[in-house]
Design a protein around this ligand. Structure first.
Ligand code: F6P
Length: 323
């Protein structure tokens, strides 16, 4: 019986549990034995494995985070750490591995694949910056969390005629900020791919008031050139001249927590099942993702170390619709 491992790595994302469940049950149905690796690549190096049966992954589809745990493993980033991981994999008789995670995790998956281990990646990160999938597990839920915050802030902003800045996650990718800006009706969006300096932001927020708006919301990506704290300091320093106050809300890890929504449960179920199917057919060295509505398998070599570009036409749309 083929023995496979599953791990979740990097920042957790809502829907990872649904993906673990789908891989496990698909693999078991295909006659494989499944082992969960705790704490991502750190657990792989340490040989921290647990057998997973169909019942062990019951009651997790609705849970956020990852019940296997996740980690960012500095040891695995070294050649020596990866060799150690391979030795542990061989000693435990694991014949293949499913890696559920984002950019760094899939680069790790590619390394293991090059060292001879059959690996299938499952696209999962709230940042949506991973090549090989138009949308990754966790993005939709994270966006909805950002939207709920923006909607709530709008009501208090309107009551006080105040400007608000909402800082969202995304590392060095502006996807979450741009999409939550469009869907939340923000007046300004600042992302790493298109910097917006504090003075321009002040001008655009002022212009929103001048157009008769009762609120002015700026969504700023955590990776933007001018950080939320810098923008806030600029507004404080030039308060008299700018003429209004700016309140800052940083959503931080709140965006990664909580139950996955329907979209992420479905995406994770489809991608996880596809990963199990591929391994049962003896295929590996690929990342499963979603492109134009279809489940795809992209070689890990085309994914590792690559960043998916952001469609900047959507920034024009955000500006137009904020009028
Ligand atoms: O990659 C997902 C992510 O949530 C990024 O958006 C963020 O920059 C980072 O992880 C935070 O990492 P950590 O949880 O290690 O602080």
């Amino acid at each position: 019986m083929k023995r496979i491992g599953i791990l979740t790595s990097g920042g957790d994302a809502p829907g990872m549990n649904a993906a673990i469940r789908a891989v496990t049950r698909t693999a078991i149905a295909a006659g494989m034995a499944v082992f969960g690796v705790r704490r991502g690549y750190a657990g792989l190096i340490a040989g921290d494995f647990i057998p997973l049966g169909a019942r062990d992954v019951g009651g997790i589809i609705e849970r956020g985070g990852t019940f296997l745990g996740s980690a960012r493993s500095p040891a695995f980033m070294t050649e020596e750490g990866r060799r150690k991981a391979m030795a542990v994999v061989e000693a435990n008789g694991l014949e293949a591995l499913v890696v559920i995670g984002g950019n760094g995790s899939q680069t790790g998956a590619h390394h293991l694949s090059q060292m001879g281990l059959p690996v299938v990646g499952v696209a999962s990160t709230i940042d949506n910056d991973l090549a090989g999938s138009e949308i990754t597990i966790g993005v939709d839920t994270a966006l909805n969390i950002a939207l709920e915050a923006i909607d709530r802030l709008k009501t208090t902003a309107a009551s006080h005629q105040r400007a608000f800045l909402v800082e969202v996650m995304g590392r060095d990718c502006g996807y979450l900020a741009l999409m939550s800006g469009i869907a939340g009706g923000a007046e300004v969006v600042a992302i790493p791919e298109a910097p917006c300096d504090p003075e321009t932001m002040a001008r655009e927020l002022r212009a929103a008031y001048d157009r008769g708006k009762s609120h002015a919301i700026a969504v700023v990506a955590e990776g933007a050139k001018h950080k939320a704290s810098e923008i806030a300091a600029h507004f404080r320093e030039h308060h008299e001249r700018i003429g209004f106050e700016l309140r800052v809300t940083s959503l931080g890890h709140v965006q990664r927590g909580g139950a996955p929504g329907a979209f992420d449960r479905l995406l994770a179920s489809r991608l996880g099942a596809a990963a199990g199917d591929l391994l049962s057919q003896g295929k590996s060295g690929v990342l499963v993702g979603l492109i134009r509505g279809e489940i795809t398998a992209t070689p890990l070599s085309e994914v590792a170390g690559k960043k998916k570009p952001l469609d900047l036409r959507l920034l024009d749309l955000a500006r137009l619709l904020a009028q």
